[in-house]
Ligand binder design. Sequence first.
Ligand SMILES: NC(=O)c1ccc[n+]([C@@H]2O[C@H](COP(=O)([O-])OP(=O)(O)OC[C@H]3O[C@@H](n4cnc5c(N)ncnc54)[C@H](O)[C@@H]3O)[C@@H](O)[C@H]2O)c1
Ligand SMILES: [Fe+2]
Length: 410
Amino acid sequence: MLGKLPKKRKLLSRFYLHGLYYSCYLKFQLENMIRQFNFPTVIRFGAGAVNELPAYLSAHKLSKPLLVTDPNVAQLSFFKKIVENLTAQGFKPEVFHNIHKNPVKSDVYNGTDAFDQTNSDCIIGVGGGAALDVARAIVLRVNHREELFKYDDLIGGDVYVTNDVPHFITIPTTSGTGSEVGRSAIIADDETHQKKILFSPKLLAKVVFADPELTYELPPFITAATGMDALTHNMEAFLAKNYHPICDGIALEGMKLIAGALEQAVNNPTPQSRADMLLGSMMGAIAFQKGLGVVHSLAHPLSSLLDTHHGLANAVNIPYGMQFNIAGFEDRFARMAQTIGLQEHTGEAVVNYLFELNTKVGIPHKLRDIGVKQEHIETLADLAFADFAHPNNPKPVSREDFKRLYEEAL
Ligand SMILES: NC(=O)c1ccc[n+]([C@@H]2O[C@H](COP(=O)([O-])OP(=O)(O)OC[C@H]3O[C@@H](n4cnc5c(N)ncnc54)[C@H](O)[C@@H]3O)[C@@H](O)[C@H]2O)c1
Ligand SMILES: [Fe+2]
């Protein structure tokens, strides 16, 4: 995100500077430019990390946490154990789990009511990206009661995030979005389903308990879809045109971890593969502060129009989006191919690898297999072109490009 840039310049940076950044992509001119690099918060990573939660709350004099999760995770044994452990040690945890698969504004309003009514003193997001996004949006709303989308970052709304926010803790249970280390929440309008981004550095969790044991029971399909989302973050971040060698390094190491672990995590999970996926997904999210690209812009409209899971939408689109990006960026693709251990260091080898990986983890190759029809293409192309992710793609993407890519993938 673009942080404290003045609103007008921020919008310009987002939408109109393709050509400028494109031309300075690989030979960054050091003179006249100062860049800001932000890195995340304390991450307690490892099997059993979640058991540190009660001691952490005590140390911070917190006693009434509101746990925000989704209706499915709320029923899982590890979640019940977290609540039981807290209760047994004298805390008064409350649970809010009434959220949609692709979260909407009313989820955030209802969750804030729950925070108020229970007199909670902190918020703990437990779950995948959907639950963590709702938790983060509630953190914002507790002391910012204007209409929620006034704070939409894409219209400069981050400048209104000026008040204190409650103590915020995240506990990821998928290895995908990396939302646990993020500073933004993606929330859709209830009626239009248009996705908005709430962003502020204040929305970063104070601590992340990243415990791979919580992902051991993730079903194969969710492991695959979320894992491909994480791989997409690392690849798109590495290719994104902004200058950020720190993120580039993290993205390469993140994609290496995921390439080495995803197939196993889906088909024959081991503690090591689960740990590598969780770390690789957080690295993807850290890296994508540099930017995302064409694949996420192809994917977002599938979720808003057809309610497709975010990771699945990326997984099906990534080979096509990467193929689009090869020409002109062969050296970047060579580095990715080398990093993930391919024999040929070419963009085509990366694309073939992605199709093969999708096959191995049970993801279809075609959009028609996940409910997309020819009649959706024009609307999808409009939405993709209006999306916020592709202005950071290494090369410009036109509406016609989006239409062609959807038709190829159909
Ligand atoms: N904030 C960000 O930076 C960011 C980035 C990309 C996407 N997102 C958002 O994240 C969401 C997608 O997140 P996701 O991919 O993690 O999926 P998700 O949160 O939708 O979870 C997918 C499914 O997995 C289940 N699940 C979660 N943990 C489980 C576990 N340990 N065991 C068994 N089942 C489990 C959930 O109940 C759900 O049914 C979307 O709403 C998207 O908009 C946020
Ligand atoms: Fe994503």
